[in-house]
Structure formats: structure tokens, C-alpha cells
Design a binder for this molecule. Structure first.
Ligand SMILES: Cc1cc2nc3c(=O)[nH]c(=O)nc-3n(C[C@H](O)[C@H](O)[C@H](O)COP(=O)(O)O)c2cc1C
Length: 221
């Protein structure tokens, strides 16, 4: 038997899932996540490519209400720190934007990066130290897309200081928390990102991101 998780035939095709994925804050219902779905999603995350096959990620599932409440209070403080850096008009826009669903989601998931895994001879990292971190982000993206395919929402929270989260969850000093993800069933996934709906920023067309042969060289029409 191949060591591949079986998939429900109803799961959506990849391109649909990629377009449907959203960062979720306000739409979590708090309902339980089916165990089988969770297993599939973690298997998808763990199937990500990684520099030197180091698989430098770990996944800390945070269900405890007290831990989540402590984290939420810290994030609220960091929100204030950011808000204080804004001019009054931007601060006004920011005040209408929700940045996390830590308590409303079904669970928190902290994804960490261990730079020591497989070292010192990490194949492919000698010149680019960040390659390890990139690998963790790919596991997160796999997680996010698989969760979307399972009709679950994910919201990435980065309004925190790493030492705070390390201390809260007993994460050793050498291991970096890369993301706190809010995860769970949702009432809906919006078709337009929250930041766009609130007039914070707009997505740019893919053509603007394209360069040909030299950076800055666009196709001539
Ligand atoms: C590295 C990273 C950190 C993020 N941190 C936050 C955050 O702290 N709070 C938040 O509300 N959204 C956060 N986001 C979500 C982005 O705001 C979101 O991806 C973007 O607005 C586009 O929306 P979409 O993901 O729904 O397409 C983060 C996303 C990434 C990739």
C-alpha cells in the first residue's frame, strides 16, 4: 500500500482552492474539526518541499483557552503598538479591521522553524540561510490550501513578539515560532480579502509582477 492519505472524491480541484483561500478573522464558528480532515491537512503540510529535506517545521496545536486568552491579550497590545505608528487617517481605517480570530476559531496552530535540524550539512542552505524559513512557509501554505479544500478557514496572526510566544508555549530558544494560525470551520469565505474590503490595500494585477529577462523590463505591447 502506498503511504499516501486517501482523499475524499468531493474535494475541490487545486486552482479553485487556490482562488477560494482567504485569510479569515471574523467568520470562525468555533465548531469542531473532524479528526480525519485534520489528519489529511497535517499530512499535506508535512508533504511540503524543504531545503536539504530537513523538514524543519513542527506543529503546536493550541486548544487550551487560557493560553489562547493570554496570547490574544498580547496580540491586542501589539495591535496598539502598530496603531500608534500610523497617521490619523490610516489609523482610522485600521481601527475598522479585525486582525485575528484567536478565541473564536476552533484551535490555534503554531508552526515553528528549527534551523538546527539536519545541520551542519544542510544541502542547499550554505549560501541562503533563509532557505530553511522558506521551507516552513511552504508547509504553512500547504496547510492553508488543504484546510480550504476541507472547507475550513485559516487566519495568520503575526502581531506578536517571538520571545513572548516561545515563553508561552515552552518553545526552546533555538526554535523560531513562524506563525500563529487560527483554524476552524467558518460561516463563509469572502471572495475579496478583508484588507481590500476595508480599503487598506488593493491587489495588483499579475502582469505588474512580471518581468522579462531583466528586473523592471515589462512586455512591450
Ligand atoms: C506572513 C503573513 C502574516 C500575516 N499576518 C496577519 C495578521 O497578523 N493579521 C491579519 O489579520 N492578517 C495577517 N495576514 C493575512 C494577510 O493580511 C492576507 O493574506 C492578505 O490581506 C491577503 O488576503 P487573503 O489571504 O484573504 O488573500 C498575514 C499573512 C501573511 C502571509
Amino acid at each position: 500500500m502506498a503511504d499516501v492519505p486517501t482523499h475524499e472524491p468531493t474535494l475541490a480541484p487545486l486552482y479553485d482552492v487556490i482562488q477560494r483561500r482567504r485569510d479569515v478573522r471574523a467568520e470562525f464558528t468555533g465548531a469542531p474539526i473532524p479528526d480525519e480532515a485534520l489528519k489529511r491537512i497535517f499530512a499535506a503540510a508535512h508533504a511540503a518541499p524543504s531545503v536539504g529535506l530537513t523538514q524543519p517545521w513542527d506543529f503546536v496545536v493550541v486548544r487550551d483557552k487560557e493560553l489562547r486568552t493570554e496570547f490574544q491579550a498580547h496580540v491586542a497590545q501589539e495591535r496598539e503598538v502598530f496603531a500608534a505608528s500610523l497617521n490619523s487617517e490610516t489609523a482610522q481605517t485600521f481601527s475598522r479591521i479585525k486582525i485575528e480570530g484567536i478565541l473564536e476559531s476552533t484551535m490555534g496552530l503554531v508552526v515553528t522553524y528549527d534551523p538546527s535540524r539536519g545541520s551542519p550539512a544542510v544541502l542547499g542552505r550554505h549560501a541562503i540561510a533563509d532557505a530553511g524559513l522558506f521551507s516552513v512557509c511552504l508547509a504553512i501554505q500547504n496547510f492553508w490550501l488543504a484546510a480550504t479544500a476541507e472547507n475550513l478557514g485559516v487566519g495568520w496572526v503575526s502581531f506578536y513578539r517571538e520571545p513572548f510566544l516561545q515563553q508561552l508555549l515552552d518553545i526552546p530558544d533555538r526554535i523560531r515560532p513562524v506563525a500563529w494560525l487560527c483554524v476552524g470551520p467558518v460561516s463563509q469565505l469572502h471572495t475579496v480579502p478583508d484588507l481590500e474590503r476595508h480599503g487598506w490595500r488593493h491587489r495588483r494585477p499579475v502582469e505588474e509582477a512580471m518581468h522579462y529577462d531583466k528586473f523592471g523590463r515589462q512586455l512591450q505591447h
